[in-house]
Design a protein around this ligand. Structure first.
Ligand code: CAA
Length: 389
């Protein structure tokens, strides 16, 4: 008998501040329709000076540990493309901040925005090997482009934590997966750079090519027909991309692609991303949170996941929503995570964007800005010092 393995709990956190796109448009003179309609973004989360992928990741995961305890968690996989260290996993800081047992394996994974899906699939494999164990997957990213670049309007920051185990309460991860890899330079961030480099149109084309590639492989592996899915969670660098990708997939499969069909398939996955912005590897699972928190009962229905990471790697798989899932959602906490953000004006955002951490190895406390449960208190001798409140 095949085991039922998947997402048992899901929780997200986002940053302290929020910049409305009207403020960005006010600065650069862009017609606001381009942001609100053209790319489908209303605001972006902006991290405080004392926030980073670790504090966001810990804030996302803490409610999961509080609800389920840590006795069964034997592995933590931290997925990110905005890593803070070339050697040490950001997951080790999270493990420490959450007080997880020392008998835990912790590792960081990277492949642009695809990393969390690799983490989820590896977690499913680990649980297959020993169904008594659970895996904590933490996807955390800060999306940062150059000021006054086209990518600037698609920034954001968030972390999603998922507890993976047998008999999941939310979503069962199904076989098969459709896979695709191509060596393209659509988006990348060399080690010496803080902000990503991107070829905007090339990145959209690369995403759509990958969508074709994963769907072709998924079909060849014997997956569900497109018409069977209740909804589709796409990677959302900006929410309009989910609409573009779904239209592309429908056309590729020879289906009609009317605006209503597309909106029905992806509309409810975009509510959080449209106000948070790109959260890179967390984004597809922020889409899942949005879908589960907003849709009518999806019990027993398959949802399609299309995860894309520039460079590029993509995967398509189905997740079946488990009966009774609504009793396990964190809808209220998710709404509060968004509503509690403090608006920042353009000048304040710009100052945060231009800020970089000192590299001289001295003692550098960070300004106390975040009101979240964890903060980056400062740097000392090249070490990041974190605090739990
Ligand atoms: N009212 C309504 N719509 C308007 C408008 C207005 N006043 N003005 C423009 N638009 C529309 C345009 O017609 C266009 O729509 P379509 O794409 O449907 O044609 C849309 O707004 C965007 O306009 P442009 O293409 O002119 O915008 P741009 O040149 O500023 O670039 C971008 C947009 C390429 C997404 C840019 O923001 C960017 O480079 N972003 C970062 C890269 C990215 O997100 N790539 C996505 C795929 S890669 C990926 O997914 C991985 C990842 O996370 C990075």
């Amino acid at each position: 008998m095949s085991l039922s393995i998947g997402i048992h709990d899901l929780s997200f956190a986002t940053a302290e501040f929020v910049l409305p796109h009207t403020a960005l448009a006010g600065h650069n003179g862009t017609e606001i329709g381009k942001y609100h309609v053209g790319i489908g973004q209303e605001s972006m989360s902006v991290p405080a000076a004392d926030e980073d992928i670790v504090t966001l990741g810990a804030a996302a995961a803490a409610p999961i540990v509080a609800r389920h305890g840590s006795d069964l968690i034997r592995t933590v996989v931290f997925a990110t493309e905005s890593s803070i260290d070339q050697a040490k996993s950001a997951g080790v800081y999270v493990h420490s901040l959450l007080g997880l047992p020392s008998a835990t394996r912790v590792v960081e994974l990277k492949q642009a925005c695809y990393g969390a899906t690799a983490a989820l699939q590896f977690a499913v494999g680990l649980v297959h090997r020993d169904p008594a164990q659970q895996v904590l997957v933490v996807a955390s990213d800060v999306s940062k482009y150059e000021l006054d670049s086209p990518g600037e309007a698609t920034q954001g920051a968030a972390a999603v934590a998922m507890l993976v185990g047998v008999d999941p309460a939310l979503v069962r991860v199904e076989d098969p997966s459709g896979l695709f890899t191509a060596d393209v330079m659509d988006f990348w961030r060399p080690n010496y750079r803080d902000a990503a480099l991107v070829d905007g149109q090339e990145s959209i084309n690369a995403y759509l090519q990958a969508a074709e590639g994963v769907w072709k492989d998924y079909t060849e592996q014997g997956g569900h027909p497109l018409s069977e899915f209740a909804a589709f969670c796409y990677h959302q660098p900006f929410t309009k991309m989910a609409y573009k990708a779904h239209r592309h997939l429908l056309n590729y499969c020879g289906h009609g692609a009317g605006p209503d069909d597309i909106a029905r398939a992806v509309g409810q996955t975009t509510a959080y991303n449209t106000v948070i912005g790109n959260s890179y590897t967390a984004s597809v699972y922020l889409g899942l949170a949005s879908l589960l928190d907003h849709a009518d009962d999806l019990s027993g229905r398959p949802v399609g996941f299309l995860s894309y990471g520039s460079g590029s790697v993509a995967e398509f798989f189905a997740g079946t929503v488990v009966a009774g899932y609504r009793g396990h959602l964190r809808t209220q906490a998710h709404r509060e995570a968004i509503a509690r953000r403090r608006p920042v004006d353009y000048a304040g955002y710009r100052a945060l964007h231009e800020r970089s951490l000192p590299t001289d190895g001295g003692e550098h406390p960070t300004p106390e800005q975040t009101t979240g449960p964890f903060r980056l208190a400062g740097l000392s001798g090249h070490k990041r010092i974190y605090q739990r409140r």
